[in-house]
Design a protein around this ligand. Structure first.
Ligand SMILES: [Zn+2]
Length: 117
């Protein structure tokens, strides 16, 4: 286990969480993830393991459809930092591109069939 930390592009939203080393990525092909083409953590991070800080009201949340999943993003730079997935609200999948020092595009990735949900 180690501490991973990261931020949105402008730094208004910052986060850290405890997890093992990240050796693979997950991509989702649901209607929003296919548009942001984010590489996500292959595991979910529990709320208790996630520390989030945001300047003012920088942290915004987008919801649609069943209004179950919570897509969190920075209202200043627009970057989606993490999501509470529809199948496991109350936990997070984190955008690997937002984690400090993470070569997200170079990790092997699996595609989650979010389109079928
Ligand atoms: Zn930002």
């Amino acid at each position: 286990m180690r501490t991973h930390s990261g931020s949105c592009h402008c730094g208004a939203v910052r986060f850290s969480f405890r997890a093992p080393d990240i050796a693979s990525a997950m991509q989702c092909d649901c209607s929003i993830c296919i548009r942001k083409t984010a590489y996500l953590t292959p595991f979910k991070v529990s709320k208790e393991d996630m520390a989030i800080t945001a300047e003012g009201d920088a942290l915004k949340t987008y919801q649609f459809g069943t209004m179950t999943a919570r897509h969190h993003f920075c209202g200043t730079c627009g970057i989606h930092t993490f999501v509470e997935p529809r199948l496991s609200p109350g936990s997070y999948r984190v955008n690997l591109g937002c984690i400090d020092g993470m070569g997200a595009l170079r990790l092997p990735s699996e595609i989650f069939d979010g389109k079928s949900l």
